[in-house]
Write a protein of this length. Structure first.
Length: 193
């Protein structure tokens, strides 16, 4: 049995509530490791972490995957942008806009894509705050990088993104299952079944 469990998480996910419950119940130390969406799958597959809170889609072959919750997609734009006047928007409303960072799932074919250098979500939001283009991110990411000079609005015709807990099938032991139980809301006295 390991004396430490490593949990990776992507920006916008909130592992703290599960980490608190883990620390109250278990002796194993829980280490939280922030990763980018580009790193999330590889960190689990290479065994750098035991589990990961990931943003789907990823290839789940040879991984266990427990879907946890969905996130609304939002457009982030400068406070003076036309988007600020709306309560919600559609992709058609954004068709002539410059997207400063493409979401890795590629679900934005109708929005213009200029040759922007690769940038983080935080850098993309900083760019749109300067009045240049828009970025579409999950609402949790927009809230994480909230600034007074930007607004975010729900994009109603985009599908939500899903947060899931994943771990390798060959690393499915009692300690991992205990953490899965915490995430699923099992009480300390509940068995796995």
């Amino acid at each position: 049995m390991a004396d430490q469990l490593r949990l990776a998480f992507v920006a916008g996910t909130t592992p703290d509530k599960w980490a608190r419950a883990w620390r109250e119940r278990r002796p194993e130390r829980l280490e939280l490791v922030q990763v980018t969406e580009e790193q999330q799958e590889g960190a689990v597959r290479r065994g750098e972490v035991d589990l990961a809170l990931v943003r789907l889609p990823i290839d789940t072959a040879s991984l266990h995957c427990v879907r946890l919750y969905d996130e609304l997609p939002v457009v982030v734009a400068g406070r003076e942008h036309l988007v600020a006047a709306a309560d919600t928007v559609t992709l058609a409303d954004l068709a002539d806009e410059q997207l400063v960072r493409r979401h890795r799932s590629g679900w934005l074919p109708s929005v213009a894509q200029r040759a922007w250098p690769p940038m983080t979500e935080s850098e993309a939001i900083e760019t749109v705050a300067a009045g240049t283009g828009i970025v579409i991110v999950p609402m949790s990411v927009a809230r994480l990088h909230h600034r007074k000079d930007v607004v975010h609005r729900h994009v109603t015709d985009l599908p939500p993104t899903t947060i899931a807990l994943v771990w390798r099938r060959d690393r499915d032991d009692d300690v991992i299952q205990a953490f899965v139980g915490v995430v699923k809301g099992r009480s300390p006295n509940t068995s796995r079944g």
